[in-house]
Design a protein around this ligand. Structure first.
Ligand code: ADP
Length: 298
C-alpha cells in the first residue's frame, strides 16, 4: 500500500504570511487527522497536496510518484472535498454526479452509470438521487461531496473541515463513511474538532503557525501526558494570579467558579488534583505557548 511522504514543505504568501514552515510528515493508509486552530495552515497544506497550489519549497511523494512533478497523473488518484463544496441547487444528485464523471474522463456510458450508482449507494444517497441538491441537508451535501471525490477511486482522499454545520447524526454517518473508506485509502482529515481526531484517526499531526508541533498516534499522545494534567476549581477573580503561576491549558466555568487544567511534570500541590488526560489536553498543551490567547472550552 502507498504512503504519502511530505518533506520540508514551506509556503509564504505574497502578503508575507508564512502559512507552512518546513512541514515534514509521513502519512500511511488509514485516517490521518490534521489538527490546528484557524489560520494554522491546514487548508494551505491540503490544497498543496491536492495539487491546487504550489509550495515555495519541499517535496510530496505518493508511493513512488513525485506529486509536484506529475500533477496530471496524481490527479487521477486523488479525491478532494474542499471546505466549501458548492452544488448546483436545481440539479439532481444523479445528474450532477454523471456530469462530474464525464468531466473526470469517465466517458463510457455503461461504466459511468455503474460507477455513479455504486457511489450513490455507498454514500447512502441512492433513494434521494432524483431530488434536487438544493433540497439536501448539510450532511447529504457533504456525502455528495464525498461521492464526487471518489469518482476516480482515489488512493488519496483529502477532506477539509467536513463536519462543520452537521448535526450529530449526520456527523456520525459521515464519520462511518470515512472510516470505511480508510481501510484501503489514505484519508487526510483536517479539523479543529479534537474529538473527531480521537474517535477516527490512527495517526495525526498538530499544526500551528505553519509548523508541525506533534505527530503520532492520538492514543499514544494521550498516554505520553498521563499523570501530567491537574485540575482545580478556583474563583473567577483568582484566574489572573493562577495564570501567572501556572501554565493553564484549559478553563471552563462551573457554577460560577472556574475549573482550570494545568500541565505539570510533577504534583503541583496547592489543592490541584490529577485528572485523566484527554486529546484536548495534548492539543492545548502543545499549542499553548504558540498562542497564549487560545484556551480550551470544554
Ligand atoms: P487554516 O486552514 O488552518 O485555517 P490556512 O491555510 O487557510 O489555515 O491559512 C494559513 C494562513 O495563511 C492564515 O494566516 C491565512 O490568513 C493565510 N492565507 C491563506 N490563504 C491565503 C492567501 N491566498 N493569501 C494570503 N494569505 C493567505
Amino acid at each position: 500500500m502507498e504512503t504519502l511522504t511530505i518533506s520540508g514543505l514551506s509556503k509564504t504568501y505574497t502578503n508575507g504570511v508564512q502559512a507552512l514552515s518546513n512541514v515534514s510528515l509521513t502519512i500511511p493508509v488509514g485516517m490521518f487527522g490534521l489538527l490546528g486552530p484557524n489560520g494554522a495552515g491546514k487548508s494551505t497544506f491540503m490544497r498543496t497536496i491536492a495539487t491546487l497550489q504550489e509550495p515555495d519549497k519541499g517535496t510530496i511523494i505518493l508511493g513512488e510518484t513525485d506529486v509536484l512533478k506529475n500533477k496530471h497523473q496524481v490527479r487521477k488518484k486523488l479525491g478532494y472535498l474542499p471546505q466549501e463544496f458548492g452544488v448546483y441547487p436545481r440539479v439532481s444528485a444523479d445528474v450532477l454526479l454523471n456530469h462530474l464523471a464525464v468531466l473526470k474522463g469517465i466517458t463510457n456510458k455503461k461504466e459511468r452509470t455503474e460507477i455513479v450508482k455504486a457511489l450513490l449507494y455507498k454514500t447512502n444517497l441512492y433513494e434521494k438521487r432524483k431530488k434536487n441538491l438544493g433540497s439536501y441537508s448539510g450532511g447529504m451535501k457533504q456525502r455528495f461531496g464525498i461521492a464526487q471525490a471518489l469518482l476516480l477511486n482515489p488512493t488519496l482522499l483529502i477532506v477539509d473541515e467536513p463536519t462543520a454545520g452537521l448535526d450529530p447524526a449526520e456527523r456520525n454517518r459521515f464519520h462511518n463513511l470515512l472510516n470505511e473508506l480508510s481501510a484501503a485509502t489514505i484519508v487526510i482529515l483536517s479539523t479543529h474538532i479534537v474529538e473527531d481526531v480521537k474517535e477516527l484517526c490512527t495517526s495525526m499531526a498538530i499544526i500551528c503557525n505553519g509548523k508541525v508541533l506533534l505527530t503520532g498516534n492520538p492514543l499514544q499522545a494521550i498516554e505520553d501526558i498521563k499523570g501530567k494534567i491537574f485540575s482545580k476549581v478556583i474563583k473567577k477573580s483568582q484566574h489572573e494570579t493562577y495564570n501567572e503561576q501556572y501554565t493553564i491549558i484549559a478553563d471552563r466555568l462551573f457554577q460560577g467558579n472556574t475549573v482550570i487544567h494545568i500541565f505539570s511534570d510533577g504534583d503541583p500541590g496547592n489543592g490541584f488534583k490529577p485528572v485523566e488526560a484527554d486529546l484536548s489536553d495534548v492539543y492545548f498543551s502543545q499549542i499553548f505557548g504558540q498562542f497564549t490567547s487560545v484556551k480550551k472550552q470544554y
